[in-house]
Design a binder for this molecule. Structure first.
Ligand code: SF4
Length: 378
Protein backbone atom coordinates (compact mmCIF):
# COMPACT_ATOMS: atom_id res chain seq x y z
CA UNK A 1 0.00 0.00 0.00
CA UNK A 2 1.90 3.00 -1.23
CA UNK A 3 -0.09 5.52 0.74
CA UNK A 4 1.24 3.94 3.93
CA UNK A 5 -2.17 4.03 5.58
CA UNK A 6 -3.86 1.25 7.41
CA UNK A 7 -7.39 2.21 6.46
CA UNK A 8 -9.90 -0.59 6.49
CA UNK A 9 -11.31 -1.40 3.05
CA UNK A 10 -14.91 -0.92 1.96
CA UNK A 11 -17.02 -3.38 -0.01
CA UNK A 12 -19.19 -2.18 -2.90
CA UNK A 13 -21.74 -4.44 -4.58
CA UNK A 14 -23.17 -3.34 -7.91
CA UNK A 15 -26.66 -4.74 -8.45
CA UNK A 16 -27.02 -4.42 -12.23
CA UNK A 17 -30.80 -4.37 -12.74
CA UNK A 18 -33.37 -1.61 -13.17
CA UNK A 19 -37.06 -1.95 -13.97
CA UNK A 20 -36.64 0.67 -16.72
CA UNK A 21 -33.85 3.04 -17.72
CA UNK A 22 -33.93 6.71 -16.75
CA UNK A 23 -33.16 9.01 -19.67
CA UNK A 24 -30.12 10.67 -18.07
CA UNK A 25 -28.42 7.61 -16.59
CA UNK A 26 -25.16 6.11 -17.80
CA UNK A 27 -24.65 3.61 -14.97
CA UNK A 28 -24.47 0.02 -16.12
CA UNK A 29 -27.75 -1.83 -15.64
CA UNK A 30 -30.09 -4.07 -17.61
CA UNK A 31 -33.84 -4.59 -17.43
CA UNK A 32 -33.85 -8.43 -17.69
CA UNK A 33 -34.85 -8.96 -14.08
CA UNK A 34 -35.37 -12.69 -14.76
CA UNK A 35 -31.57 -12.97 -14.37
CA UNK A 36 -31.49 -11.69 -10.77
CA UNK A 37 -31.14 -15.18 -9.25
CA UNK A 38 -28.32 -16.12 -11.65
CA UNK A 39 -26.58 -12.86 -10.80
CA UNK A 40 -26.83 -13.48 -7.05
CA UNK A 41 -25.32 -16.96 -7.46
CA UNK A 42 -22.47 -15.55 -9.55
CA UNK A 43 -21.94 -12.78 -7.01
CA UNK A 44 -21.30 -15.26 -4.19
CA UNK A 45 -18.80 -17.04 -6.43
CA UNK A 46 -17.06 -13.74 -7.15
CA UNK A 47 -16.93 -12.85 -3.44
CA UNK A 48 -15.33 -16.23 -2.69
CA UNK A 49 -12.61 -15.52 -5.26
CA UNK A 50 -11.50 -12.49 -3.17
CA UNK A 51 -11.80 -13.90 0.35
CA UNK A 52 -8.03 -14.43 0.76
CA UNK A 53 -7.14 -10.95 -0.48
CA UNK A 54 -9.77 -8.86 1.28
CA UNK A 55 -10.55 -10.25 4.68
CA UNK A 56 -12.29 -7.45 6.60
CA UNK A 57 -14.47 -4.46 5.75
CA UNK A 58 -16.00 -1.71 7.83
CA UNK A 59 -18.43 -0.49 5.17
CA UNK A 60 -20.69 -2.32 2.75
CA UNK A 61 -22.51 -0.39 0.03
CA UNK A 62 -25.24 -2.04 -1.98
CA UNK A 63 -25.70 0.16 -5.04
CA UNK A 64 -26.61 -0.12 -8.66
CA UNK A 65 -28.76 -0.27 -10.66
CA UNK A 66 -31.72 -0.63 -8.36
CA UNK A 67 -30.96 -2.98 -5.45
CA UNK A 68 -34.46 -2.42 -4.06
CA UNK A 69 -35.74 -4.61 -6.93
CA UNK A 70 -34.53 -7.52 -4.81
CA UNK A 71 -37.11 -9.13 -2.57
CA UNK A 72 -36.23 -8.47 1.09
CA UNK A 73 -35.40 -12.17 1.60
CA UNK A 74 -32.90 -11.94 -1.28
CA UNK A 75 -31.25 -8.99 0.47
CA UNK A 76 -31.11 -11.02 3.69
CA UNK A 77 -29.48 -13.93 1.85
CA UNK A 78 -27.02 -11.59 0.17
CA UNK A 79 -25.95 -10.09 3.49
CA UNK A 80 -25.59 -13.58 4.96
CA UNK A 81 -23.36 -14.51 2.04
CA UNK A 82 -21.21 -11.42 2.67
CA UNK A 83 -20.94 -12.27 6.39
CA UNK A 84 -20.05 -15.89 5.62
CA UNK A 85 -17.36 -14.86 3.15
CA UNK A 86 -15.70 -11.86 4.82
CA UNK A 87 -15.32 -10.33 8.25
CA UNK A 88 -17.61 -7.34 8.55
CA UNK A 89 -16.46 -5.33 11.54
CA UNK A 90 -18.79 -4.40 14.39
CA UNK A 91 -20.57 -1.09 13.77
CA UNK A 92 -19.90 -1.31 10.04
CA UNK A 93 -21.89 1.12 7.94
CA UNK A 94 -24.15 -1.00 5.70
CA UNK A 95 -25.89 1.11 3.07
CA UNK A 96 -28.50 0.21 0.50
CA UNK A 97 -29.77 2.42 -2.32
CA UNK A 98 -33.55 2.47 -2.58
CA UNK A 99 -35.94 3.52 -5.32
CA UNK A 100 -39.10 5.04 -3.79
CA UNK A 101 -41.22 3.17 -6.36
CA UNK A 102 -40.28 -0.25 -4.96
CA UNK A 103 -40.90 0.11 -1.26
CA UNK A 104 -43.50 -0.96 1.20
CA UNK A 105 -43.47 -0.18 4.88
CA UNK A 106 -42.95 -3.87 5.67
CA UNK A 107 -40.01 -4.18 3.21
CA UNK A 108 -38.21 -1.41 5.04
CA UNK A 109 -38.73 -3.14 8.38
CA UNK A 110 -37.30 -6.38 6.99
CA UNK A 111 -34.29 -4.58 5.53
CA UNK A 112 -33.55 -2.90 8.86
CA UNK A 113 -33.81 -6.24 10.68
CA UNK A 114 -31.56 -7.86 8.08
CA UNK A 115 -28.74 -5.48 9.05
CA UNK A 116 -29.01 -2.56 6.62
CA UNK A 117 -28.33 0.49 8.84
CA UNK A 118 -28.18 3.30 6.27
CA UNK A 119 -30.45 3.90 3.28
CA UNK A 120 -29.92 6.23 0.40
CA UNK A 121 -33.20 7.06 -1.30
CA UNK A 122 -33.16 8.17 -4.96
CA UNK A 123 -35.69 10.99 -4.58
CA UNK A 124 -34.10 13.21 -7.29
CA UNK A 125 -36.86 15.84 -7.15
CA UNK A 126 -40.00 16.79 -5.20
CA UNK A 127 -41.74 18.01 -8.38
CA UNK A 128 -43.71 15.46 -10.42
CA UNK A 129 -43.06 17.20 -13.72
CA UNK A 130 -39.30 17.05 -13.08
CA UNK A 131 -39.54 13.37 -12.15
CA UNK A 132 -41.39 12.67 -15.39
CA UNK A 133 -38.78 14.55 -17.38
CA UNK A 134 -36.04 12.43 -15.76
CA UNK A 135 -37.93 9.22 -16.56
CA UNK A 136 -38.22 8.18 -12.93
CA UNK A 137 -40.76 5.52 -11.93
CA UNK A 138 -41.88 7.28 -8.76
CA UNK A 139 -43.72 10.47 -7.96
CA UNK A 140 -43.41 13.01 -5.16
CA UNK A 141 -45.94 11.22 -2.96
CA UNK A 142 -44.01 7.94 -3.14
CA UNK A 143 -40.77 9.74 -2.29
CA UNK A 144 -42.35 11.32 0.80
CA UNK A 145 -43.79 7.95 1.88
CA UNK A 146 -40.45 6.19 1.43
CA UNK A 147 -38.75 8.70 3.72
CA UNK A 148 -41.52 8.47 6.29
CA UNK A 149 -41.55 4.66 6.28
CA UNK A 150 -37.76 4.46 6.53
CA UNK A 151 -38.02 6.50 9.74
CA UNK A 152 -40.79 4.23 11.09
CA UNK A 153 -38.67 1.17 10.26
CA UNK A 154 -35.99 2.45 12.63
CA UNK A 155 -33.47 3.93 10.17
CA UNK A 156 -31.79 6.96 11.71
CA UNK A 157 -29.25 7.34 8.93
CA UNK A 158 -31.34 8.23 5.89
CA UNK A 159 -29.83 9.94 2.87
CA UNK A 160 -31.49 11.23 -0.23
CA UNK A 161 -30.27 12.13 -3.71
CA UNK A 162 -31.45 15.19 -5.57
CA UNK A 163 -30.64 16.50 -9.08
CA UNK A 164 -30.49 20.18 -10.01
CA UNK A 165 -30.11 22.45 -13.02
CA UNK A 166 -32.85 20.71 -14.99
CA UNK A 167 -34.33 22.37 -18.09
CA UNK A 168 -36.95 24.93 -17.08
CA UNK A 169 -35.96 24.66 -13.43
CA UNK A 170 -35.50 28.06 -11.84
CA UNK A 171 -33.29 28.71 -8.85
CA UNK A 172 -36.50 29.32 -6.94
CA UNK A 173 -37.91 25.88 -7.94
CA UNK A 174 -34.69 24.31 -6.76
CA UNK A 175 -34.73 26.21 -3.51
CA UNK A 176 -38.30 24.95 -2.92
CA UNK A 177 -37.09 21.35 -3.45
CA UNK A 178 -34.25 21.89 -1.00
CA UNK A 179 -36.61 23.39 1.59
CA UNK A 180 -38.89 20.38 1.16
CA UNK A 181 -35.93 18.07 1.72
CA UNK A 182 -34.77 20.01 4.78
CA UNK A 183 -38.25 19.80 6.30
CA UNK A 184 -37.91 16.00 6.23
CA UNK A 185 -34.58 16.21 8.15
CA UNK A 186 -32.59 13.52 6.33
CA UNK A 187 -29.18 12.77 7.85
CA UNK A 188 -27.51 13.15 4.47
CA UNK A 189 -28.11 14.76 1.08
CA UNK A 190 -26.30 14.20 -2.20
CA UNK A 191 -27.04 16.94 -4.72
CA UNK A 192 -25.85 16.43 -8.29
CA UNK A 193 -26.02 18.66 -11.29
CA UNK A 194 -27.86 17.05 -14.22
CA UNK A 195 -25.19 15.94 -16.64
CA UNK A 196 -26.39 15.13 -20.12
CA UNK A 197 -23.88 12.60 -21.35
CA UNK A 198 -23.84 11.90 -25.08
CA UNK A 199 -24.49 8.17 -24.67
CA UNK A 200 -27.78 8.62 -22.77
CA UNK A 201 -31.25 9.05 -24.34
CA UNK A 202 -31.65 12.54 -22.83
CA UNK A 203 -28.15 13.51 -23.90
CA UNK A 204 -28.92 12.46 -27.47
CA UNK A 205 -32.23 14.25 -27.44
CA UNK A 206 -31.10 17.53 -25.94
CA UNK A 207 -27.43 17.64 -26.84
CA UNK A 208 -24.62 17.49 -24.33
CA UNK A 209 -24.93 21.04 -23.11
CA UNK A 210 -28.49 20.23 -23.15
CA UNK A 211 -31.18 22.46 -22.34
CA UNK A 212 -29.92 25.47 -24.27
CA UNK A 213 -29.13 27.24 -21.03
CA UNK A 214 -26.23 25.25 -19.76
CA UNK A 215 -23.82 28.05 -18.99
CA UNK A 216 -21.15 27.44 -16.41
CA UNK A 217 -22.25 30.58 -14.59
CA UNK A 218 -25.72 29.20 -14.10
CA UNK A 219 -24.38 25.85 -12.93
CA UNK A 220 -22.25 27.73 -10.41
CA UNK A 221 -25.27 29.70 -9.22
CA UNK A 222 -27.13 26.44 -8.57
CA UNK A 223 -24.12 25.08 -6.74
CA UNK A 224 -23.71 28.15 -4.53
CA UNK A 225 -27.46 28.23 -3.80
CA UNK A 226 -27.40 24.55 -2.81
CA UNK A 227 -24.47 25.00 -0.46
CA UNK A 228 -25.89 28.20 1.06
CA UNK A 229 -29.39 26.84 1.69
CA UNK A 230 -28.18 23.55 3.15
CA UNK A 231 -25.44 25.05 5.32
CA UNK A 232 -27.91 27.64 6.65
CA UNK A 233 -30.06 24.67 7.65
CA UNK A 234 -27.15 23.16 9.60
CA UNK A 235 -25.76 20.67 7.09
CA UNK A 236 -22.01 20.32 6.60
CA UNK A 237 -20.94 20.64 2.97
CA UNK A 238 -18.18 18.05 3.31
CA UNK A 239 -17.66 17.17 -0.36
CA UNK A 240 -18.60 18.89 -3.63
CA UNK A 241 -21.89 16.96 -3.92
CA UNK A 242 -22.42 15.80 -0.36
CA UNK A 243 -23.94 17.26 2.80
CA UNK A 244 -24.31 15.68 6.23
CA UNK A 245 -26.25 16.63 9.36
CA UNK A 246 -23.03 15.93 11.31
CA UNK A 247 -19.74 14.32 10.38
CA UNK A 248 -20.92 11.10 12.04
CA UNK A 249 -23.56 11.04 9.25
CA UNK A 250 -21.10 11.61 6.39
CA UNK A 251 -20.90 8.57 4.12
CA UNK A 252 -18.06 6.49 5.57
CA UNK A 253 -18.06 4.36 2.45
CA UNK A 254 -17.80 7.17 -0.09
CA UNK A 255 -15.03 8.84 1.89
CA UNK A 256 -12.84 5.83 1.11
CA UNK A 257 -13.02 6.71 -2.59
CA UNK A 258 -11.56 10.14 -1.86
CA UNK A 259 -8.48 9.25 0.16
CA UNK A 260 -7.06 6.12 -1.48
CA UNK A 261 -8.46 3.71 1.08
CA UNK A 262 -8.76 0.27 -0.58
CA UNK A 263 -12.14 -0.94 -1.72
CA UNK A 264 -13.40 -4.07 -3.41
CA UNK A 265 -16.16 -3.76 -6.00
CA UNK A 266 -18.22 -6.83 -6.89
CA UNK A 267 -20.74 -7.09 -9.71
CA UNK A 268 -20.67 -5.99 -13.36
CA UNK A 269 -18.84 -2.70 -14.02
CA UNK A 270 -17.74 -2.39 -10.37
CA UNK A 271 -14.33 -0.80 -9.71
CA UNK A 272 -11.80 -1.80 -7.07
CA UNK A 273 -8.69 -0.13 -5.68
CA UNK A 274 -5.82 -1.50 -3.63
CA UNK A 275 -2.33 -0.13 -3.11
CA UNK A 276 -1.59 1.63 -6.38
CA UNK A 277 -3.83 -0.55 -8.55
CA UNK A 278 -7.29 -0.01 -9.84
CA UNK A 279 -9.26 -2.64 -11.70
CA UNK A 280 -12.77 -2.88 -13.04
CA UNK A 281 -15.22 -5.60 -13.95
CA UNK A 282 -16.83 -6.32 -17.29
CA UNK A 283 -19.71 -3.97 -18.13
CA UNK A 284 -21.79 -6.84 -19.47
CA UNK A 285 -23.93 -9.08 -17.32
CA UNK A 286 -23.60 -11.95 -19.82
CA UNK A 287 -19.78 -11.80 -19.80
CA UNK A 288 -19.79 -11.45 -16.02
CA UNK A 289 -21.95 -14.59 -15.65
CA UNK A 290 -19.86 -16.49 -18.21
CA UNK A 291 -16.56 -15.69 -16.45
CA UNK A 292 -17.90 -16.74 -13.09
CA UNK A 293 -19.36 -19.96 -14.47
CA UNK A 294 -15.69 -20.83 -15.18
CA UNK A 295 -14.72 -19.59 -11.69
CA UNK A 296 -12.71 -16.75 -13.20
CA UNK A 297 -12.64 -13.20 -11.91
CA UNK A 298 -14.72 -11.06 -14.30
CA UNK A 299 -12.07 -8.35 -14.59
CA UNK A 300 -12.05 -6.32 -17.79
CA UNK A 301 -9.15 -3.93 -17.19
CA UNK A 302 -6.54 -2.78 -14.73
CA UNK A 303 -4.23 0.18 -14.25
CA UNK A 304 -1.25 0.57 -12.00
CA UNK A 305 -0.76 4.15 -10.91
CA UNK A 306 2.73 5.59 -10.62
CA UNK A 307 3.74 7.99 -7.82
CA UNK A 308 2.94 11.05 -9.96
CA UNK A 309 -0.52 9.77 -10.84
CA UNK A 310 -1.30 8.91 -7.22
CA UNK A 311 -0.17 12.37 -6.14
CA UNK A 312 -2.34 14.06 -8.80
CA UNK A 313 -5.35 11.99 -7.84
CA UNK A 314 -4.89 12.78 -4.15
CA UNK A 315 -4.78 16.47 -5.02
CA UNK A 316 -7.83 16.29 -7.27
CA UNK A 317 -9.87 14.31 -4.75
CA UNK A 318 -8.65 16.25 -1.70
CA UNK A 319 -9.63 19.61 -3.17
CA UNK A 320 -13.18 18.34 -3.63
CA UNK A 321 -13.55 17.85 0.13
CA UNK A 322 -14.00 20.34 2.94
CA UNK A 323 -11.08 18.72 4.79
CA UNK A 324 -8.89 19.67 1.87
CA UNK A 325 -5.22 18.69 1.84
CA UNK A 326 -3.04 18.21 4.91
CA UNK A 327 0.25 19.54 3.56
CA UNK A 328 2.52 17.52 5.85
CA UNK A 329 0.72 14.29 5.22
CA UNK A 330 0.69 14.96 1.49
CA UNK A 331 4.45 15.56 1.53
CA UNK A 332 5.01 12.37 3.51
CA UNK A 333 2.88 10.21 1.22
CA UNK A 334 3.59 11.71 -2.18
CA UNK A 335 6.96 13.42 -1.73
CA UNK A 336 5.75 16.87 -2.81
CA UNK A 337 5.77 20.12 -0.87
CA UNK A 338 2.71 21.75 -2.43
CA UNK A 339 3.17 25.02 -0.59
CA UNK A 340 6.76 25.51 -1.68
CA UNK A 341 6.11 24.42 -5.28
CA UNK A 342 2.96 26.50 -5.77
CA UNK A 343 3.18 29.37 -3.33
CA UNK A 344 2.29 32.09 -5.82
CA UNK A 345 -0.68 30.16 -7.25
CA UNK A 346 -2.03 29.30 -3.81
CA UNK A 347 -1.71 32.84 -2.56
CA UNK A 348 -3.61 34.04 -5.61
CA UNK A 349 -6.41 31.53 -5.00
CA UNK A 350 -6.51 32.56 -1.37
CA UNK A 351 -6.80 36.23 -2.43
CA UNK A 352 -9.67 35.28 -4.77
CA UNK A 353 -11.43 33.47 -1.92
CA UNK A 354 -11.14 30.02 -3.51
CA UNK A 355 -9.03 28.37 -0.80
CA UNK A 356 -8.13 28.94 2.83
CA UNK A 357 -4.60 28.14 3.92
CA UNK A 358 -4.12 27.68 7.64
CA UNK A 359 -2.50 25.22 10.04
CA UNK A 360 -0.57 23.57 7.20
CA UNK A 361 -3.79 22.70 5.40
CA UNK A 362 -5.36 23.90 2.12
CA UNK A 363 -9.15 23.85 2.18
CA UNK A 364 -11.43 24.85 -0.68
CA UNK A 365 -14.01 27.49 0.24
CA UNK A 366 -17.58 27.23 -1.08
CA UNK A 367 -16.53 29.20 -4.17
CA UNK A 368 -13.46 26.99 -4.49
CA UNK A 369 -15.56 23.83 -4.36
CA UNK A 370 -17.68 25.22 -7.18
CA UNK A 371 -14.57 25.09 -9.38
CA UNK A 372 -12.80 22.26 -7.56
CA UNK A 373 -11.77 20.40 -10.70
CA UNK A 374 -10.04 23.50 -12.05
CA UNK A 375 -8.10 23.94 -8.80
CA UNK A 376 -6.34 20.59 -9.13
CA UNK A 377 -3.94 21.84 -11.78
CA UNK A 378 -0.97 22.42 -9.46
S1 SF4 B 1 -30.79 6.38 -12.43
FE1 SF4 B 1 -30.85 4.61 -11.11
S2 SF4 B 1 -32.91 3.72 -11.48
FE2 SF4 B 1 -32.50 5.10 -13.20
S3 SF4 B 1 -31.58 3.77 -14.78
FE3 SF4 B 1 -29.89 4.66 -13.58
S4 SF4 B 1 -29.40 3.16 -12.03
FE4 SF4 B 1 -31.45 2.66 -12.85
Amino acid sequence: MTTGRAHIPGLYIHFPFCRSKCGYCDFYSVTETSLISSFLEALSMEAALYREEFTAFDTVYLGGGTPSLMAPDQVEALLEMVLDTFTILANAEITMELNPADLTREDLRVLRRAGINRVNIGVQSFHDRELQFLGRRHDRRQAMKALEWAGYAGFDNIGLDLIYNLPHQSLEDWRASLMQAIALRPAHLSCYELELKADTPLGRKLGQRGHGRGSEDLAREFFIKTSGVLEDAGYIHYEVSNFAAGMDKASQHNRKYWDHTPYLGLGPAAHSFEGASRWWNRSSLQSYLADLSRRERPVEGREDLGPQELAMEALFLGLRTRDGIDLDRYARLYGRDLMRENRRQLEEWSRLGLVEIASRRIRPTRSGMAVADALAVM
